[in-house]
Structures are given as C-alpha cells and as structure tokens.
Design a protein around this ligand. Structure first.
Ligand code: AMP
Length: 392
C-alpha cells in the first residue's frame, strides 16, 4: 500500500511517499514558495534528485505537479496506487483525541482551533483541501500534534490562573510534537517488548519538548498553550517569568506581539549565544572557547536535565530515557552534557557507546540506573501508519 505523508505550510508542501507495511520510502520532496515568485520543487527518489523552478500558483497546483511527477518518473504507475494521504495538523484543541479520516465537516471543526495555531492550522487545512480537489477519490487522514497529549490530567494541563480563563478561553496546556513522542513510545516499547514502560521522551531539535509517558499515555509534556513553553530551544526561550513581557514593553516601546515574536524567533540558543540557532554552529563556537556559546550550551543542557529529573519524580521512577530529533540523534556532545547533569538519578553515559550519529542505540553504561537510548524519530512514518490503519 502506498501512502503519502504530507506537511503543508502556508507557502510550502513537504511530502514523503511510503510503501507499507515495508516502510520503504519511495520518494520525498518539498514544494516551496507556493503562491510567491521564485517557487520551485525538489523530489528525491531512487537515489535521484530533481529540482525544478516553476510557478506554483496555489497548493492545488503544487499537488497536481506532485502527482504528475510521481507518474511521469515511474514512481507510481497510476494515481490509483496512492491509497491514502496522511496530513500533519498542528492543533486539534481538546476535541480531537485521535487521528481521523477527514471530510468537509471535520475540517470546519478543526478550523475552530486556527486561532490557537495561526501559523500552521490554516495552512494544514489548505493542504488537505488541495488533495481533496486533485484526488477526490482518495481518503485523507488528519494526524494532530496535540492528540497524544490529551491523556494528561487536569493537574498537569491546567495553569494555576483564574479558572475562567480555562472555561471561557481554553487556556490550558495542549502540548505539541505529539506525533514524534508517540512514534518514540511505539519504537522503544516494541524494542523492549513492553507496553507498560515509563518513558521520558526528549525531542530535541530546533524546537524541543520532553514528554513523560506511562504505559503509552502522556502524563505531562513541556510545551504548553503554545510551542513557546518548556525547555530552551533553537530560537525559542522556553519557560520565562511572564512579567518580563510588560517590563520589556515599557523599556523598548515594543508591542506584546513584537516581544512574543522575539521570544519565539530571537531567543534560545540564538539569543544567548548571539551566534546561531543551529546547535552545530553554537557547538563549534563553544569548542573554540566563545564564552556566550559555552553559556548557551550549558543552559540548554541544564534545562533539559532539570525536566528529566522532574519527570522522573512525576513517573515515580522512569524505566527508560530516550533522546531524539536533530540534536538528540546527532550531537554526542550535547547528549553527554545532558546525561552528565542527571547523575543524581544514577544515570551514566558510556562515552564509547555514545560515539555515533543518527541510529537507534543504547548510550548508557550497564550499571546506569535508567537506560538511555537514542531513538531516531519518524513523524512521516507515524502519519502514514495512522493513515493505513484508518483507511484499511
Ligand atoms: P530538527 O529540528 O530535528 O531538524 O533539528 C535541527 C537541529 O539539529 C539543529 O540545531 C542542528 O544543528 C541539529 N543537528 C543536526 N545535525 C547535527 C550534528 N551532527 N551535530 C549537532 N547538531 C546537529
């Protein structure tokens, strides 16, 4: 069965065509600058890569081009081979607790949450509509970033603010990166052949979040009402004292929106180091002795370590810690910095085992109280697996 896994942005469309159940990636690619000048697309398949510049007026046109390329390059013989399309959707509020087959009525219900994810949800919905138009006979499945976290209890998802903020305005923790944490939960549970694991899943990439999982259910996660909360990230601050916002508004004359934008785009590793949001650049500068890069690295590792310790307490002792995403999968240096900061939990890194990139491996010592694994994430595959399940 061939399934397309899609992530539509406001001017982009990323796709992966996956054969299931073999999990083979048949093609992947990106359509960029949709609706603006300079639009182009790249498709990778069979060790080849094609890049074309071509005006992509809207998402529907990009989808038509995608289908045309898949057929003309022999990646699929006909449209009918594509049996389902799975879409990443950022926000399903508290309403959507599972992935589901999409129709016009459900899209209208999802659009109620556009104000909670204004940069992503309208674009995600636009992507779904484009596929509905171009492939009217193929089922579309919505896979939300928020659903996995819907098992959190009130004690975790409520903020200690006036209760009416929750009942009237929906102010609560929703959590994000759910598709990645769910994939990690599934991978490590299958590998260890247990479905009762207490897992601390650390997704550390440009964005980052931790998730405490007990027997497949989320107990708590670090992102909150928006993806700005929790650990320090590439450009996002993570948790800060909210009183900083009105204080900086007065000092700079900037609006609340402008300051929140700085907390989203100019903070984190970038803000502290003053060098880059890319952990490789910061790491290189730290190796060369740049003091702010060293400080940024230390803050980054410490904040993750603190949440691991907190979640170990919340889970009443974790069975396993997993690291994933760009930094977690690739930076042996950052992995070591994090694990060295949770020695109070009896967790120890094995430097020899930790010396690799991008694979599923155990990196802790044999006598580490909690084993630590690097588990590569695969959100595209998780979306395709949900799609297969729901359309079969
Ligand atoms: P993601 O958002 O999951 O794509 O992760 C992006 C982050 O992963 C960026 O900060 C990259 O610098 C980081 N990353 C990717 N490869 C490496 C590497 N080899 N060493 C350190 N960081 C890496």
């Amino acid at each position: 069965m061939k399934i397309l896994s899609v992530n539509a942005g406001s001017s982009s469309l990323k796709f992966t065509l996956i054969e299931l159940p073999s999990r083979e990636v048949l093609a992947s690619g990106l359509f960029e600058k949709i609706g603006i000048t300079g639009s182009m697309y790249t498709i990778k398949f069979n060790g080849e890569k094609i890049t074309k510049e071509c005006y992509l007026a809207d998402h529907s046109f990009a989808v038509s081009k995608l289908i045309e390329e898949l057929v003309s390059n022999g990646i699929v013989e006909s449209l009918e081979e594509i049996e389902g399309v799975g879409h990443r959707i950022l926000h399903g509020g508290s309403e959507f607790t599972e992935s589901l087959v999409l129709d016009d009525n459900i899209l209208t219900r999802i659009s109620k949450y556009n104000e909670l994810g204004p940069l992503h949800n309208p674009a995600n919905i636009m992507g779904v509509k484009a596929f509905m138009k171009v492939l009217p006979n193929v089922k579309n499945v919505g896979v939300f970033d928020t659903t996995f976290h819907q098992s959190m209890k009130e004690t975790e998802y409520l903020y200690p603010v006036p209760y009416e903020w929750y009942t009237k305005y929906g102010i609560r923790k929703y959590g994000f990166h759910g598709t990645s944490h769910r994939f990690i939960n599934r991978s490590i549970s299958e590998y260890l052949k247990r479905d009762d694991l207490k897992i601390i899943s650390c997704h550390i990439g440009n964005g980052g979040s931790l998730c405490a999982i007990d027997s497949g259910k989320v107990v708590d996660t670090t992102m909150g009402f928006t993806p700005l909360a929790g650990i320090m990230m590439g450009t996002r601050s993570g948790d800060i004292d909210p009183s900083i916002i009105p204080f900086i508004m007065k000092k700079t004359g900037h609006s609340a929106e402008e300051i929140v934008n700085e907390l989203n785009k100019k903070s984190g590793l970038l803000g502290v180091s003053g060098i880059s949001s890319d952990s490789r650049d910061v790491e290189n500068a730290a190796f060369e002795g740049n003091e702010r890069a060293i400080l940024a690295q230390e803050m980054y590792a410490q904040k993750i370590a603190n949440y691991i310790a907190m979640y170990n307490n919340l889970l009443n002792g974790a069975d396993v810690i997993t690291l994933t995403a760009g930094v977690g999968e690739n930076s042996k240096n950052m992995r070591k910095m994090i694990i060295d900061r949770i020695q109070s939990l009896g967790v120890k890194i094995d430097d020899e085992k930790n010396d690799f990139r991008g694979e599923f491996r155990l990196i802790s010592t044999d006598d580490s109280k909690i084993p630590v694994y690097v588990v590569p994430t695969n959100e595209e595959l998780m979306i395709a697996l949900d799609t297969m399940e729901l359309i079969s």
